[in-house]
Ligand binder design. Structure first.
Ligand code: IMP
Ligand code: MG
Length: 176
């Protein structure tokens, strides 16, 4: 089986947009330092490209989460597979995700991390599928709003494939 992938957002467009987000963050955090928590594995490509463009001092940390059971039904329950290495108390924290879909993952992480008393906590995602939202959540930085289609590339996977594509594409499943 080969999957057909149509380009939704080109490599150049993604790069340009990440540059704009970085400028905004540099501005918003002027005079402060930033504690980034990147969500493995999908957000890694975005995090690296963003972090390279940040001029404020950055500390990088990672978390990994997974949805319990059948994600179509029970996407509300999230399991922490890897927690932060550092202590975020009193820090200006920015969570970086690949995509916000139902919103359950970021909502859970936000509530979970707020209990540790960071000085501030903001949310950033490269992609947003607003039509799919099931829980109310305010994003601080988003790259692109996209239609309700399954996308891959730039860190996003389909069954662990295609994370390394340098653009965002839509997968069309095709039988040979
Ligand atoms: P949420 O909790 O429903 O917002 O889910 C966010 C997570 O679902 C992301 O971190 C992705 O791992 C995954 N996800 C949602 N939509 C897509 C997609 O179109 N392609 C790949 N992964 C996706
Ligand atoms: Mg993910």
């Amino acid at each position: 089986m080969t999957d057909k992938i149509d380009v939704l957002i080109s490599e150049d467009e993604v790069g340009l947009r990440i540059g704009q987000i970085a400028e905004k963050i540099n501005d918003d955090y002027k005079g402060k330092s930033l504690y980034i928590i990147s969500i493995l594995k999908g957000a890694v490509f975005f995090t690296v490209e963003l972090a390279r463009r940040l001029t404020v001092p950055v500390y990088m940390d990672f978390m990994q989460v997974s949805s319990y059971g059948d994600s179509q039904v029970s996407s509300g329950s999230i399991k922490i597979k890897k927690d932060t290495d550092g202590d975020i108390e009193g820090k200006d924290v920015l969570i970086i995700e690949d995509i916000i879909d139902t919103g359950y993952t970021l909502k859970y992480l936000k509530d979970y991390l707020l209990k540790r008393n960071p000085a501030s906590l903001k949310l950033c995602a490269l992609l947003d599928k607003p039509e799919r939202r099931e829980t109310e959540i305010d994003m601080d930085y988003t790259g692109f709003s996209i239609p309700d289609k399954f996308v891959v590339g730039y860190g996003l996977d389909y069954a662990q494939k295609y994370r390394n594509l340098p653009y965002i594409g839509v997968v069309e499943l095709k039988e040979d």
